[in-house]
Every structure is written in structure tokens, then in C-alpha cells.
Design a protein around this ligand. Structure first.
Ligand SMILES: Nc1nc2c(c(=O)[nH]1)N[C@H]1C(S)=C(S)[C@@H](COP(=O)(O)O)O[C@H]1N2
Ligand SMILES: [Mo]
Length: 512
């Protein structure tokens, strides 16, 4: 009796393993096919992309709070875990009744086909990888479970446990190899990187003044006032970074305009280029968070392009669209007043990195990225807020996203510091308004005025510091900024959704 039960359990394990390896070989073949015909149509990418698009504000908030800029890896891992569970179940069910498991795996393939075809910018072969995944997984699960039936005593002859094992492991191995080859193939199509590295940026027609030496306090642990491209935070909905050959890029300006304007990469490069230091911040940045960075951008004023198209007097918004379908609603005024709203091609002296929008993105001082900083931008539609919405608005975020006055404590870092002469330091910002002062208090004591470093401009964040004699024990430190307009940063906490986190940054330090 005991023997029979043990056998049942191993049969269950075997069937789950068969389901799993069928899924692995399906996914492996699909990734291989996707890498060749259309990298963005990989089943993982399209299902992940679909989930991102379906996610409401609280889900995005939670994901970013939990995983920060690792949110994409977390999502892909989550999908993989679900796939493992479903595939194992499909194997179990297929053993119980032929056809059920195959239907489940086929259904997953169909899901990938649909998800790929409804993606914005889906290519003509977007359906193929999902179809391959489904067909291959269905065939594999049927064949493997057919070999398991006699072993499980469900079919008369051909009992061969070793053979079943070899077939199951072999199928999974073929899947893994396809996955690896697919990834290598995708890497081999990276010619856009070569185009990018060979690019020579045009000289700025209007250069930004040098960053004042006194803008950088050089305090260990304090964020540098200029963020390097490699350290610059990345937030977007793109599971696969769009790869656009500048030769194929163009920007179309349409909607409520006198005449449509289409501008090619070569035409853009021939236009006057401005340089501007602008701090970019994400609306999902928590109080004290790190989804903010400052760079020197090179680009053509969007204002001039809009003037060329002739904007209707009734318009109040520009809906920018990226090659992968993301959209942002930017108040027309922010793009036509005298601020440095740029159609940017350069970041800190380099062409835009792929992840930061190569070849062309928008940068607008004073607004959160989700309503202004469209990467891989290909269209500007002049419209109205009562006629159109950006990507995040129907998902629970405000249609307007002006930056809130904020400050952050960077030092002391790590929660502890030696007793004695020490320093408290951090960053403060309200782009396009400017920071007038920062105040700090320790253990609910009096507010003390910190020393501000030189600001690069009103469009950038500014460093601040305050000497501190640290006495043994536990202390809380808080800071608040005062803007050039005389506003004091509010202590009323608010979550990032719908229009940006607020409240004072507060840290606990133990002094020993
Ligand atoms: N195409 C595209 N552009 C986008 C986004 C996106 O999801 N897709 N996200 C926006 C958001 S929410 C932010 S905060 C900034 C971040 O820019 P970065 O990744 O270069 O820091 O890009 C904006 N531009
Ligand atoms: Mo963002």
C-alpha cells in the first residue's frame, strides 16, 4: 500500500516536471523567434507590458516602493513564478485527463499572441512568438505525458522510467539553450548602439554657464550635484528598451496647429541647440527617495518647433507620444514660455543613453517626468486637457504634475555616526521656482538655517549642509525647504499618487 502512495506522489512530481519542461521549451523557442523577428514581441515582454498598462496608481506606487528601479526585474520574476506554477499544474491535469494541460498551455500561448498584437507599435509578426510558444508547449506536454501514462499505470505498455526522465530533462534543456541563444541573438542586433557611439553631437548654439565650483559641497555621502548618466534613475513602462535608428526617427507635430510639421533627425541636428541644466524628478519618488537626478541636456527649444507649426489659440496641452505608445500631457504654457523646455538629444555631453530615450526625448523644467519627459518621443499632438489624457491619468494620477517643493537628508547616511563634530547635509529642489533656504531641526528642537550651496539655476536641485555636534544617543533629524516664492515645505504627508509625495524627510541616527 505504502508503495503505491509513494508511487502516486512521484507520478505527480513527474507530471509536474513534464508540464514545466513543456513550458520551458515553448518559452525558449518563442524567445528565439522573437529575437529574430521582433524583440519587443517576446511573450514575457508583452505580457509584462500589458500588466504594467493595467496597473492602477496604487500598484505602481507599491511596486516602486518595494523594488525601486528594480521594479521590472521584480515583475518578470513574478511572471516566471506564475508560469512555473501554472505549467506544473498543467502537467498534473494532463496526466489526469488528456487534453486539459495542453489546453492550459495553449491558452497561455494565445494570451501572449493577444498581448503582443494589442501592444502599441506592434509589428507585422508580433503574433508569431506567442503562437510558437503555445504550439510547442502543447506538443511537448502531450508527448511527455503520453510517455508517463504507462509508468503511472494508466496505459498498458512501454513502461520506461529512464526514458521518460531523459525526454523531460532533454526538452527542458532544449528550451534553456533556445532561451540563451535567443538572448545572444538579441544582443547581436545591437547595431543601434554602434550608431549611437559613433554619433557626434552638434555644438550648443547657446551654452549653459559652467557649473559654479561652489555648487558642489563635496561631502561624502551627499548626492553629487550633477548626476552621471550611469547613476541617473530610470523609470518607464518599457520592458524592452526601444531601439530607434536615428535615420528612421522623425517627429510629427499635429493636432490643433496651422500646419503639420514633420522633422527628421538630420533636420533636427541642423537646428540651433540649447544647453540647460535641469533636474528631473519622478512623481513616484517618496519623501527622502532617490528617483531624482540632475543632468546637462542638449536640445532644440520645443517652443520654436511649436511656433513653426502655429498653435491654435484654443489649445492648452501637448500630448507627446513615444515610439512604444507612452503618452504625457504637458501644459502648453510650459512648452511655450521662456523656460528651457527641450527636445533633447544630449545628456551630460553624450547622446542620450538608450534607457534615457535615445535618440530624442523631452525635458521640461518644473514638471514631474510623467507629464513632461517623454523618452523615444515621436509625436507632439497639440490638443486640450478636456479632449485627451496622458498615459498615467486614467490610472489614477493627476493630468497636471507640477513639481512639489521638497528636501532630503543624505548625510549622516546609514543610521549611525561617531560622536563629536559632524555634519548634516542633503538636497532641496523645486525646479523652475528655486530654493531660497533649508531649515533643519534635531530632536524637535529649534529650526536652524542650513548653509545653501550655490544653485546651478532655479531649474536644478541645490545641496545644503549644517555643522552638527553629535552627542551620544538616538536622535531624529528633520529638514524642510523654503522656496524663492516664500513657500515653506509642508509637513502634511501625502503619498506619491495622485500628484507627488509631500511631507518632511525625517531620519533616525544613533550616535556612538
Ligand atoms: N517613453 C516613455 N517616456 C517616459 C516614461 C515612460 O514610461 N515611457 N516615463 C516618464 C517618467 S514617469 C519619468 S519619471 C521620466 C524618467 O526619465 P529617466 O528614466 O530618464 O530618469 O521619464 C518619463 N518618460
Ligand atoms: Mo515618473
Amino acid at each position: 500500500m505504502t508503495h503505491a502512495i509513494v508511487d502516486k506522489r512521484t507520478d505527480r512530481l513527474r507530471s509536474a516536471a513534464a508540464g514545466l519542461s513543456a513550458a520551458v521549451v515553448g518559452v525558449g523557442f518563442a524567445e528565439l523567434v522573437a529575437a529574430i523577428v521582433e524583440p519587443a514581441a517576446s511573450p514575457f515582454a508583452v505580457i509584462g507590458g500589458g500588466l504594467i498598462d493595467l496597473a492602477p496608481a496604487w500598484a505602481k506606487d507599491t511596486a516602486i516602493a518595494l523594488f525601486g528601479t528594480g521594479d521590472k526585474i521584480a515583475l518578470l520574476t513574478g511572471i516566471a513564478v506564475v508560469l512555473v506554477v501554472v505549467a506544473a499544474a498543467a502537467g498534473l491535469l494532463e496526466l489526469r485527463r488528456s487534453g486539459i494541460g495542453a489546453t492550459i498551455l495553449g491558452g497561455l500561448g494565445a494570451l501572449a499572441v493577444v498581448a503582443a498584437m494589442i501592444r502599441p507599435g506592434a509589428g507585422p509578426f508580433a503574433w508569431l512568438p506567442g503562437l510558437v510558444a503555445g504550439v510547442v508547449a502543447v506538443i511537448a506536454v502531450r508527448l511527455l505525458i503520453r510517455r508517463l501514462r504507462p509508468i503511472a499505470g494508466l496505459a498498458p505498455d512501454g513502461v520506461d522510467r529512464r526514458r521518460f526522465l531523459i525526454w523531460t530533462a532533454g526538452t527542458a534543456a532544449v528550451g534553456v539553450v533556445s532561451l540563451i541563444v535567443g538572448n545572444i541573438a538579441r544582443g547581436a542586433t545591437r547595431s543601434i548602439d554602434v550608431v549611437r557611439s559613433a554619433l557626434q553631437l552638434p555644438k550648443a548654439t547657446r551654452t549653459a554657464p559652467a557649473v559654479p565650483a561652489e555648487a558642489e559641497l563635496d561631502i561624502p555621502g551627499l548626492a553629487p550635484v550633477v548626476t552621471s548618466n550611469i547613476d541617473f534613475y530610470r523609470i518607464d513602462t518599457a520592458l524592452i528598451v526601444p531601439r530607434i535608428d536615428p535615420a528612421d526617427w522623425s517627429l510629427r507635430i499635429h493636432g490643433m496647429v496651422d500646419r503639420e510639421v514633420v522633422i527628421s533627425w538630420d533636420e533636427l541636428l541642423a537646428l540651433p541647440m540649447d544647453e540647460a541644466d535641469v533636474t528631473l524628478a519622478c512623481v513616484s519618488n517618496e519623501v527622502g527617495g532617490s528617483l531624482i537626478g540632475n543632468a546637462r541636456w542638449l536640445g532644440h527649444p520645443i517652443r520654436d518647433l511649436l511656433a513653426r507649426a502655429g498653435v491654435s489659440a484654443d489649445a492648452d496641452m501637448v500630448l507627446s507620444t513615444s515610439s512604444d505608445g507612452f503618452t504625457a500631457s504637458t501644459p502648453l504654457e510650459a512648452l511655450t514660455d521662456d523656460r528651457d523646455a527641450l527636445l533633447a538629444i544630449g545628456m551630460n555631453g553624450e547622446p542620450l543613453p538608450m534607457e534615457h530615450g535615445f535618440p530624442v526625448r523631452m525635458v521640461v523644467p518644473g514638471l514631474y517626468g510623467y507629464v513632461s519627459a517623454t523618452k523615444w518621443v515621436t509625436q507632439l499632438e497639440v490638443t486640450r486637457f478636456d479632449k485627451a489624457m496622458g498615459y498615467w491619468t486614467p490610472r489614477g494620477w493627476s493630468d497636471h504634475g507640477p513639481i512639489k517643493l521638497q528636501s532630503r537628508i543624505d548625510v549622516p547616511r546609514g543610521g549611525s555616526v561617531d560622536a563629536g563634530e559632524s555634519v548634516i547635509a542633503g538636497m532641496a529642489w523645486q525646479q523652475h521656482v528655486g530654493v531660497e533656504g533649508v531649515e533643519v531641526r534635531v530632536d524637535d528642537g529649534d529650526w536652524q538655517r542650513a548653509e545653501l550651496a550655490d544653485a546651478i539655476s532655479a531649474d536644478t536641485w541645490v545641496q545644503w549642509s549644517l555643522p552638527w555636534t553629535a552627542e551620544s544617543g538616538r536622535h531624529t533629524i528633520e529638514c524642510r525647504a523654503i522656496s524663492v516664492e516664500g513657500e515653506t515645505q509642508t509637513d502634511q504627508p501625502a503619498a506619491p499618487a495622485p500628484n507627488g509625495a509631500q511631507g518632511w524627510h525625517r531620519i533616525e541616527v544613533s550616535v556612538g
